[in-house]
Ligand binder design. Structure first.
Ligand code: TXA
Ligand code: MG
Length: 541
């Protein structure tokens, strides 16, 4: 079959795409998530061709794309209040809503189900094509079934040239992972597939929202998938992908030691890897990871990679979508090379890290208090004292004993002096922390917790497999600092302000415990501990 190449920079081409679709043909079109392979959603014969072109099982239903909310009503039995509220906030955009279908939607489109998935994309080209066609468009991702979804026009060309009527070039897709699929067709709203619209965003509009177990876990034998797409092998490159549940440091060590595969890594890891790398985004930026993951998976195929190692991504926010796709690309192979989890416990001052540390200790974790390490004799050994004396003068000693007040006065007198103190003490603090980590592991602890207010500033996050952030509203933190440190309000405020914003911490977290007044901290930690999924050994976890 001859495949016509079209471009959205050419107004005539959008009209052409519309004509082909109206006549029952297939056109691959750009959307803000991934490219879609479109056909008239109301024409069962046209839709059948989509399944053929993609090699897609016929019981895997398609998403119907509309250009305006008003086009939803004819496709469904009824538009519930929840759908109206969601559409008002998230449409046009990467959210797909499932509702009981009307008779207008052929069963070919719904994969034999009595529900239909509908989405209103925000990509101007997608919307223009829907308008030009004058009908709603059924469009799965424009890849061959089982391949990673296409986020660039080149990927579409590779998979579909010769199999469809036309391909419409619209450049690269912004989001990079497919839309969030949310069902409103049964009980509590439930995410069947995570995407660009996050669980938190959905909860902010609907209140209660569940996540289908199939999002994170392999379906048990014989279990029925709520979303048929979840039961098929998906998003897989030819390479064997293995996810390492480890800290960034351990990830690099393990991959270098193995030396037999590619690093499907974050940008920050590249300089440390001695194997070829395929970075997909930066460590703490789920959106950049979502944007680049599929392209990286494609590229692994192009370079003929046989094996690739990825570090476990965060499951927070858009991270959940990244994790969901990656774990499928890895066929659920997750390895913890050390057998332990190192949890970085941090957050703004006064949020209640110590409270959380205490609870974790009670639950059998090995908790290292980095503030205590900072003052320990192991850090202030004789060579350290000598260097301090050279840097700040012998007056910091009083009868041979370090006068910490005097040292602080001198060290905090200027930025330069402060830096000097850091240069002398930081390497020793970090060395001591590492000794303690090794000690905890050798004692058989499976969860080692680093309680460190300056976890990121000290670069200790690289030693952590998870980041746990404790946060609280500012007034509450202020009140706690006032009470704890017995200082003036001005001094306390200054201390709060000298720190990075709460956002700095939460955007880097795998888990956030909100510890405001009346918070149930222990309960909030439950899911986190469950997620660590390590053998608990002698620990009580
Ligand atoms: O971002 C997207 O959603 C992209 C672009 C092109 O819009 N489309 C897309 O379609 O990813 P597709 O077919 O690759 O994935 C649709 C997913 C599948 O997992 C399918 O099983 C599920 O949505 N789905 C569709 N209709 C459903 C229904 N009625 N009930 C349950 N799951 C449904
Ligand atoms: Mg797909």
């Amino acid at each position: 079959m001859e495949t016509l190449l079209l471009s959205d920079r050419c107004a005539g081409d959008i009209r052409k795409a519309g004509e082909i679709l109206r006549r029952g043909g297939l056109v691959a079109i750009p959307t803000e998530t991934v490219y879609g392979l479109a056909a008239n959603a109301l024409d069962g014969e046209a839709v059948k061709r989509i399944y053929q072109a993609k090699g897609r099982p016929s019981d895997n239903p398609l998403i119907v794309h509309i250009s305006d909310f008003s086009q939803l009503a004819p496709l469904v039995r009824e538009v519930p209040e929840a759908a109206k509220r969601l559409a008002a906030v998230f449409w046009p955009g990467p959210l797909t809503i499932i509702l009981p279908k009307s008779d207008l939607v052929p069963t070919t489109t719904s994969g034999g189900l009595d529900t239909v998935a509908v989405r209103c994309p925000s990509h101007p080209t997608a919307r223009a094509v829907i308008d030009a066609a004058g009908v709603p468009l059924a469009a799965p991702s424009a890849n061959l079934s089982g391949k990673p979804s296409p986020t660039t026009f080149r990927h579409v060309q590779e998979d579909l040239t010769g199999r469809v009527d036309a391909l419409l070039d619209g450049g690269d897709c912004a989001v990079g992972v497919e839309s969030t699929v949310l069902t409103l067709a049964q009980g509590t709203p439930r995410i069947l597939r995570p995407g660009g619209i996050t669980l938190t965003q959905l909860r902010s509009v609907l209140g209660e929202v569940e996540v289908d177990p199939a999002v994170l876990h392999k379906l048990g034998e014989g279990k029925r998938a709520a979303s048929p797409g979840m039961k098929y092998k998906h998003y897989s490159p030819a390479a064997d992908v293995i996810i390492l549940d480890a800290s960034p440091e351990e990830y690099v060590n393990y991959v270098n030691r193995k030396g037999d595969g590619w690093g499907l890594c974050f940008d920050e890891d590249v300089p440390f890897l001695q194997v070829p790398s395929m970075p997909y985004g930066t460590r703490y930026d789920g959106a950049s990871q979502a944007h680049r993951l599929f392209e990286a998976l494609h590229s692994l195929d192009e370079v003929g990679a046989k094996k690739a190692y990825a570090r476990i991504p965060s499951k927070r926010g858009v991270g959940l979508a990244v994790y969901n796709r990656l774990i499928r690309a890895a066929a659920f192979q997750v390895v913890n090379p050390t057998g332990v989890q190192v949890v970085g416990l941090t957050g703004p001052t006064g949020a209640g890290k110590s409270t959380v540390g205490e609870i974790l200790k009670k639950k059998g974790c090995y908790v290292i208090d980095c503030d205590q390490v900072t003052r320990s004799p192991q850090v202030y050994d004789s060579t350290c004292l000598e260097e301090l004396s050279n840097a700040f003068g012998p007056e910091i000693f009083e009868e041979g004993v370090l006068n910490r007040g005097e040292l602080a006065r001198r060290a905090f007198s200027s930025e330069e002096a402060r830096m000097r103190l850091g240069q002398i003490t930081f390497p020793r603090i970090i060395r001591r922390v590492r000794e303690l980590l090794a000690e905890g592991a050798s004692k058989g602890y499976k969860v080692l917790v680093l309680d460190a207010p300056t976890l990121f500033e000290a670069g200790l996050d690289s030693a952590c497999s998870r980041i746990l952030v404790v946060n609280a509203p500012k007034e509450e933190r202020l009140a706690r600092v006032l009470k704890r440190d017995n200082i003036s309000k001005e001094a306390a405020l200054r201390r709060l302000e000298a720190q990075p914003s709460p956002d700095f911490y939460t955007s880097r977290a795998d888990w956030v415990v909100e510890n405001g007044p009346g918070a149930r901290v222990e309960e909030a930690l439950g899911g986190f501990l469950e997620d660590l999924q390590v053998e608990t050994g002698s620990n009580r976890l």
